[in-house]
Design a protein around this ligand. Structure first.
Ligand SMILES: CC(C)(COP(=O)(O)OP(=O)(O)OC[C@H]1O[C@@H](n2cnc3c(N)ncnc32)[C@H](O)[C@@H]1OP(=O)(O)O)[C@@H](O)C(=O)NCCC(=O)NCCS
Length: 366
């Protein structure tokens, strides 16, 4: 076998030593029938899967080490996407903390060559890069430059503050007015009252009046999925796109049971990935409606991994998905809160929806 002389080797570009600000991952997808539901609409679970692919690539490039999804902090599905359309997903780093990379993800659809692309999804995800031992590692800092980057960075800072306050205990819950400052007065007042009412109940541990309301128990769904070799990614853990599809499917069943009609995903308002799901476990997916408004219901979803041999149970995912009835004339019942846990979940969703409104204001103000 002949050896090439090093003089003949092509000259390679110098390795990238600094992350590239504004570097974007861009993916075009054709909405084929196999990713659509029986109405010819793009399945929400598939959208979450694509989000994760572009988001993880953007985060891994930035962190220059394998990145794992730690949260889908928020995601709004703004318009339906139909079979045969072509969509473009984009992900770019928006914010960094010591050990997290926040990635903004968007999806656009161009319905004809003459139309301008329309944004049909806006989302924000948090990734952590992990070292060889699976521990979170430091990440290079991102500094925004353009007005758009600055707005996304502000969104990231808000989301991070929200997560921090929820984690360290109740600061946001104790001061909901910090999050609820939408310009429309009556709605703002109503939301503050709503949240404060919930807090009062939570602190007092009283029972809620349930007349005329529907119990979350009526929307309870429990599914079990086995995790075998074919479902694993290159980290050797459950492929997160699969997990997201399972979670979304379970959430949709729960929302439909609550409103007595088909429901479709409108947004994700916090989905935390607490621990990786390893092979040879059974994933218990459960979902129950936690909050409702006149036009949507928000479902609390959880995934727990059971290893029947060691009898261990690991909490893997916890989050909130918001659904709307497919038909416009469905009357959505209120959510009965029979105990402190249900009231606390209702309160948390109220705050998460207020955060969503505040994030929208950040972008509107730009
Ligand atoms: C990522 C993981 C290793 C983090 O481990 P951990 O012990 O929870 O680490 P920490 O609590 O110290 O958090 C690490 C960083 O993530 C941030 N973080 C943790 N959970 C978060 C959440 N839900 N939202 C936003 N940020 C979060 C923390 O603030 C911290 O960042 P900082 O140091 O810059 O403040 C662990 O949560 C994990 O393995 N999760 C599952 C990931 C996965 O498998 N995803 C794919 C799902 S199939």
């Amino acid at each position: 076998m002949s050896r090439r002389n090093t003089d003949e080797l092509p000259i390679l570009p110098a390795p990238v030593t600094e992350p590239q600000p504004g570097g974007e991952v861009h993916v075009d997808e054709w909405v084929a029938p196999d990713v659509c539901d029986e109405h010819g609409l793009l399945r929400a679970g598939k959208v979450l899967e694509w989000m994760d692919v572009v988001g993880a690539l953007a985060a891994t490039r930035w962190g220059r080490q394998p990145a794992v999804t730690v949260a889908v902090d928020g995601c709004e599905l703004l318009e339906l996407v139909r079979v045969g359309e072509r969509v473009t997903m984009r992900a770019r780093v928006a914010h960094t903390s010591g050990r997290t990379i926040g990635v903004a993800v968007s999806m656009t659809v161009q319905r004809s060559r003459l139309d301008a692309p329309r944004r049909v999804l806006a989302g924000y995800m948090t990734f952590v890069v992990v070292d060889g031992a699976g521990k979170p590692a430091p990440v290079p800092a991102f500094s925004p430059q353009t007005p758009e980057e600055l707005a996304l960075h502000r969104e990231g800072a808000l989301r991070r503050e929200f997560h921090r306050e929820l984690t360290i205990g109740q600061a946001v819950l104790a001061r909901p007015e910090l999050l609820i400052d939408t310009p429309d007065g009556p709605r703002r007042e109503a939301m503050i009252l709503d949240v404060l009412r919930e807090m009062g109940m939570k602190l007092a541990g009283k029972r809620w009046r349930t007349t005329g309301l529907r119990s979350p128990q009526q929307s309870y769904v429990h599914k079990i999925e086995p995790v075998r070799g074919g479902k694993l990614d290159f980290h050797g853990t459950l492929y997160r796109g699969t997990l997201m599809r399972w979670i979304e499917g379970c959430g949709a069943m729960s929302a439909s049971a609550f409103v007595d009609a088909p429901a479709r995903l409108r947004g994700v308002h916090g989905l935390s990935f607490l621990a990786p799901v390893v092979s040879n476990v059974f994933v218990h997916l459960s979902a129950k409606v936690a909050h409702s408004s006149p036009d949507a219901v928000t479902v609390h979803v959880q995934a727990q991994a059971e290893d029947p041999l060691s009898r261990s149970i690991t909490r893997s995912v916890r989050g909130f998905l918001t659904y709307e009835p497919v038909a416009g004339d469905v009357v959505i019942p209120g959510v009965a809160r029979a105990d402190a846990e249900e009231a606390e979940l209702y309160c948390e969703v109220s705050l998460r929806l207020a955060l969503r409104d505040k994030v929208a204001m950040v972008h509107d103000a730009r």
